[in-house]
Design a protein around this ligand. Structure first.
Ligand code: AHR
Length: 497
């Protein structure tokens, strides 16, 4: 199997916004309690946050983390999570049918995010609440002082405002499962009025309008068209969410799912641009793909969980090797759409459909999907280049013309480095790849990282890291031409400098 491509520094798609390497922590399952926060743990810091987990997150170099939900958001009273911990109420958490103790809230999370080096993408509840709670929250977090809510923050021990810049206007409001689910007009009106009030408190913020919960929602893309008709001028981004699974065990079809994601992005861009022209607007709306991942392994186990417990093991997908390949392809999809996708959040970060797993009170480890995420975040900063690709293709159950070679290229001008990311989607044959890199004179291959495994279903556990990358990739660069061997079903990071 052979594929060819040309990579030229003149073929620029766009600067990559590093926030496409964002993630997400929701108050659900063991993401917070037993995940990032575990006061009894030997590695806990003075606030109760686990240092071992912080270190793993730092390896991923996560620029922004969405919080506090998710479906949780739509029933959340943010006031429950601030002030003296001993006074905080225990609540029935209706989205996931658990008990929320509120031991962690906005201030603790902001402090923790700072420690791990991340910004926070905060969200306001537009399910059970609305304009009033949103304006109070942003006064509490962002106003310096001298008013009721800002002084309350100071009384709670946080002298300086958190200055949270990015805010989501609700979560998945198109979903019938959402607490306080709305029609597109109801949502559009409420989001617009909330946006206006929040900007009155702090004009420097950025706002995200809720888009569809997935491209298979019956209201997609009408939801975007109608809600953006209301919110277009008041917001900066529209959100997209998408999860995939290999339910029927058809891996060739599964690995092609990133094409569906690409088409989803394409349709949202078209719809946003349609509203732009309809409104004769000068503003171009960007995309925040603020929930994405593989999610299906834990579906059956979740049905058996008892309701009304604290931090049950919800959505604890154990990822296998083929999941890491699809995650790699999803990340490359964002890179190729770097001109419009400015933020993206792998959902989620710890324990709940996550690259990082922990035992409550015990060990922490990296799932298979940790690696493509870490590689993209490490080496995928700079300018996304458009490679001219010629590759053999295949047809799968739901897709035609699926390229065996999936690729994205990032050029970091400052560091004079080029990184070629690639997945070979062929399940049994290696791909010989030839890359013309003659516009990068004098560059050499400094590393060729590979993630491969004989068993597509191999997983990592606390005891054994079966799926981990190595740097023994087979490639050479002669006279401006890279020749690389991409083993069957594998992920590659070829670094030139
Ligand atoms: O990430 C898990 C859940 O998926 C989120 O709570 C929700 O927004 C989405 O449906």
């Amino acid at each position: 199997l052979k594929a060819k491509m040309i990579v030229d520094k003149a073929f620029k798609i766009s600067e990559v916004d590093e926030r496409i390497y964002g993630s997400f922590i929701e108050h659900m399952g063991r993401a917070v309690y037993g995940g990032i926060y575990d006061p009894e743990h030997p590695a806990a810091d003075e606030m109760g946050f686990r240092n071992d987990v912080k270190e793993l997150i730092q390896q991923l170099n996560v620029p922004i983390i969405r919080y506090p939900g998710g479906n949780f958001l739509s029933g959340y009273n943010w006031e429950d999570g601030v002030g003296p911990v001993e006074d905080r109420p225990r609540r029935l958490e209706l989205a996931w049918r658990t008990i929320e103790t509120n031991q962690v809230g906005t201030n603790e999370f902001m402090k923790w995010a700072k420690d791990v080096g991340s910004e926070v993408m905060m969200a306001v509840n537009l399910g059970t609440r609305g304009i009033d709670a949103a304006r109070n929250l942003i006064e509490y977090t962002n106003h310096p002082g001298g008013t009721y809510w800002s002084e309350l923050r100071r009384k709670h021990g946080y002298e300086q405002p958190h200055k949270i810049k990015t805010w989501c206007l609700g979560n998945e409001m198109d979903g019938p499962w959402q607490i306080g689910h709305k029609t597109m007009d109801e949502y559009g009106r409420l989001a617009l009025e909330t946006a206006r009030v929040m900007r009155l408190v702090d004009p420097s913020i950025e706002l995200v309008s809720c888009g569809s919960s997935s491209s298979s929602m019956p209201t997609f893309p009408e939801w975007e068209a109608v809600s953006l008709e209301h919110t277009y001028e008041a917001v900066d981004y529209v959100s997209l969410h998408q999860y995939f699974g290999n339910h029927d065990g058809d891996t060739s079809n599964y690995l092609a799912r990133s094409m569906e994601m690409d088409y989803f992005i394409h349709t949202v861009i078209s719809t946003a641009d349609y509203i732009k022209s309809k409104k004769r607007s000068k503003k171009t709306l960007n995309l925040s793909f603020d929930e994405w991942n593989v999610w299906y392994h834990s579906n059956e186990a979740d049905k058996k969980l008892e309701p009304w417990t604290i931090a049950p093991p919800q959505l604890e997908d154990v990822y296998n090797f083929e999941d890491a390949l699809l995650v790699g392809s999803m990340l490359m999809t964002f890179l190729r759409r770097a001109d419009r996708v400015k933020m993206a959040c792998m959902a989620q970060l710890v324990n709940v459909i996550a690259p990082i797993m922990t035992e409550t009170g015990g060990r922490s480890w990296k799932q298979t999907i940790f690696y493509p995420y870490m590689h993209a975040s490490q080496y995928g900063r700079g300018i996304s280049l458009k490679p001219v690709v010629s590759t053999p293709k295949y047809d799968a159950k739901d897709f035609t013309d699926v390229p065996y070679l999936d690729t994205a290229v990032v050029y970091n001008e400052e560091e004079e480095a080029v990184t070629i990311f690639a997945v070979n989607r062929h399940l049994s044959e290696a791909l010989n790849l030839t890359v013309d890199v003659r516009s990068f004179e004098g560059y050499r291959i400094v590393e060729h990282i590979v993630l491969e495994h004989d068993n597509l279903k191999a997983v990592n556990t606390a005891d054994e890291e079966a799926v981990r990358p190595h740097s023994n990739g087979v490639s050479q660069l002669n006279d401006g031409i890279v020749e690389a061997q991409l083993s069957r079903a594998s992920w590659h990071v070829i670094r030139l400098k």
